[in-house]
Design a protein around this ligand. Structure first.
Ligand code: ATP
Ligand code: MG
Length: 228
C-alpha cells in the first residue's frame, strides 16, 4: 500500500495559527504517535487527516482533491477517526456493528462478518447488551471492531487509553497489533506514548503549530521519517 501523503496542511483559527504548513506521511503497517500539550491541536489535526474538519489549505500529492473540501472527501474514503469517547447507537452491541456494513451485502453475509468482528474484539459475550452501557474499554474495542468492518486502510485514535486500566489497555494494544500486522496504518494521539511501543513507530510532537520528530526514548521508539 502506498503511503498517505499530506502536504501544506494549514489551519488558522480566528486568534491562532493552529497548524502551520505541516507535512505528514502515514504508512500501511506502521504506527505514528502524536504527542503535544493540551490544546496543541492534536485532535484537530487527526480530524483534518480523517477528512472530518476541512483545513484552510491541504494538498494530497497522490490523490488529487484540488480544494481542501475535495481533499477531505478523498480522505473520508480512506481514514476512520476513533473518538476518545466513541459514539454508540442506542441498542444492542451487535446492531452497532451491523450498521457499519452496507445493506447490499445481504443479511446473512453481514451477520457472519459481524460475528467475526465480535469474536476478534472479544465482545461476543456482550453482543445482546445495550451499547450505551459498555465500559470505556469495551467501547474502544467496539469502535475498533466497527472500523475493522469498514475496512479503512488508516485508523486514527484520539487518546484511546485515557480512561483504561492496564488490562483494558493491553487488550486494546493486542487488537492494534493485529491491525498493524494486517497492513493498516495507525496514528494515535496520546499523552503517554509508552503505551504504544510498536515496532517501527514514528513519534511526532506537535507544538506551536509545527510537527517535529520526537527524539527516541528507547530502542523500541526508533522513528521513521514520517514528517518533513
Ligand atoms: N472549530 C474550532 N473553532 C475554534 N477553536 C477551535 C476549533 N477547533 C479547535 N479549536 C481550538 O484549537 C485548539 C486545539 O484544540 P485540540 O482539541 O485540537 O487540542 P488537543 O491537542 O487535542 O488538546 P487535548 O490534549 O486537550 O485533547 C484549542 O484551543 C481549541 O479550543
Ligand atoms: Mg484532543
Amino acid at each position: 500500500m502506498s503511503p498517505l501523503r499530506l502536504r501544506q496542511l494549514d489551519l488558522s483559527l480566528p486568534e491562532r495559527h493552529l497548524l502551520q504548513d505541516l507535512s505528514l506521511d502515514l504508512h500501511g503497517g506502521l504506527c505514528t504517535l502524536l504527542t503535544g500539550a493540551n490544546g496543541a491541536g492534536k485532535s484537530t489535526l487527526l480530524r483534518i487527516v480523517a477528512g472530518l474538519t476541512p483545513a484552510n489549505r491541504l494538498a494530497l500529492p497522490d490523490l488529487g482533491g484540488s480544494t481542501p473540501r475535495g481533499a477531505a472527501r478523498r480522505l473520508r474514503g480512506l481514514v476512520t477517526y476513533i473518538h476518545q469517547h466513541p459514539f454508540m447507537f442506542r441498542g444492542p452491541v451487535r446492531d452497532n456493528l451491523l450498521l457499519a456494513l452496507p445493506w447490499s451485502l445481504g443479511y446473512r453475509a453481514r451477520a457472519r462478518r459481524v460475528d467475526e468482528a465480535l469474536e476478534w474484539a472479544e465482545l461476543t459475550h456482550l453482543r445482546r447488551n445495550d451499547a450505551g452501557g459498555l465500559s470505556g474499554g469495551e467501547r474502544q474495542r467496539l469502535s475498533l471492531a466497527r472500523a475493522w468492518l469498514r475496512g479503512s486502510p488508516y485508523l486514527l485514535l484520539d487518546e484511546p487509553t485515557s480512561n483504561l486500566d492496564t488490562a483494558s489497555r493491553e487488550r486494546l494494544r493486542a487488537l492494534l497489533q493485529v491491525l498493524l500486522e494486517k497492513g493498516h496504518g495507525l496514528m494515535i494521539a496520546t499523552h503517554d506514548p509508552t503505551h504504544f511501543r510498536f515496532a517501527g513507530c514514528a513519534h511526532l510532537h506537535l507544538a506551536d503549530g509545527r510537527l517535529r520528530l520526537a527524539a527516541p526514548a528507547g530502542k523500541d521508539d526508533e522513528t521513521q521519517g514520517a514528517c518533513a
